[in-house]
Design a protein around this ligand. Structure first.
Ligand SMILES: Cc1cc2nc3c(=O)[nH]c(=O)nc-3n(C[C@H](O)[C@H](O)[C@H](O)COP(=O)(O)OP(=O)(O)OC[C@H]3O[C@@H](n4cnc5c(N)ncnc54)[C@H](O)[C@@H]3O)c2cc1C
Length: 270
């Protein structure tokens, strides 16, 4: 499928046109359209940006250098490390494949990182206090930029945005996919209600229903990011403050509960 276009989304009979695998143009007649086309969305652009849409955007002064490696797990648990050299994340995909991240400058390049440099930096930031990095063969390297973004409203006419098309979170809280699913869960319910009753009240309230959860998740992802990453131009105060914050959060039952509730996820129903 290619050349997907949404037409007439403010009318009662929107259409989606596209070219099929044989190059023939096809048309889908729609009642409602869900814009679930990810962060490189074209559907978001159908909400007029000067009169209707507000984009809230924040770029962070750090990025993640990510690797996939054939190696045994380094730990039974996911590890988030705040180190004076920068953040590191240790995670397991399968017993044979590990996914690790290092905080780097947003302008850094994959070409600057040999395998030896990556393992040595992971050891420096993570080894000790019960964890030890296990090296292996790196088979993928990429740099992930850090952005927070929310588009309001998440609907226009009969077009309804869901997931990364409407919002992105920095990856520290691992919430992007959860948030996308929560949107789609809610949108599917109000769409079904519309087809069953022809009442638009659920559809019309879609943005107002999902935005509080979107902003709560934005806050959690921002908070985790700012608590765990080395801040540029930090004279030492920032790191000491972060360590004190981590100490407070991990010592207190209320603090641990707050992290757990947000990390595992807020209920789909508000
Ligand atoms: C490296 C990395 C690690 C991540 N780790 C996590 C994690 O641990 N936990 C977590 O919750 N989230 C994670 N995320 C974020 C998560 O992947 C996204 O938030 C989530 O995939 C958003 O889902 P979505 O359906 O909105 O968009 P997408 O998953 O981007 O899906 C959009 C789909 O639309 C298709 N599409 C786009 N335009 C068109 C078009 N014109 N025609 C036809 N099809 C089109 C795309 O091909 C794609 O299949 C991670 C992201 C990255 C990049």
């Amino acid at each position: 499928m290619s050349g997907v276009q949404v037409l007439g989304h403010t009318s009662d009979n929107p259409k989606i046109t596209y070219f099929d695998a044989d190059g023939n143009e096809q048309t889908l007649a729609c009642a409602l359209v869900a814009g679930c086309d990810g962060s490189r969305t074209s559907t978001r652009g159908l909400i007029p940006d000067t009169t209707v849409r507000t984009d809230h955007f924040r770029q962070y002064p750090f990025a993640w250098f990510g690797i996939l490696a054939e190696a045994p797990p380094s730990s039974e648990e996911l590890i988030y490390a705040n180190h004076p050299r920068g953040f590191a994340l240790i995670s397991t995909r399968t017993p044979e494949v590990q996914r690790h991240y290092l905080q780097v400058d947003p302008d850094d390049s994959v070409d600057n990182w040999s395998d030896d440099r990556i393992w040595s930096e992971l050891h420096a930031r993570v080894d000790g206090e019960g964890a030890e990095i296990k090296d292996g063969k790196i088979f993928q390297k990429s740099i992930l930029q850090f952005r927070s973004f929310v588009c309001e409203p998440m609907q226009h006419g009969n077009l309804f945005l869901a997931g990364d098309a409407a919002h992105t979170v920095p990856p520290t809280g691992a919430k992007g996919l959860n948030l996308a699913i929560a949107d789609v869960y809610h949108l599917s319910k109000v769409m079904a209600e519309y087809f069953a009753t022809r009442s638009r009240s659920g559809l019309d309230g879609y943005t107002d229903s999902v935005l509080p959860r979107v902003w709560r998740t934005q806050h959690f992802s921002w908070w985790m990011s700012s608590m765990l990453h080395r801040l540029p131009a930090d004279t030492g105060f920032g790191h000491k403050r972060q360590v004190a914050e981590l100490d407070m959060v991990t010592r207190s039952v209320a603090g641990r509960t707050l992290i757990a509730e947000n990390y595992v996820g807020t209920p789909l129903e508000l």
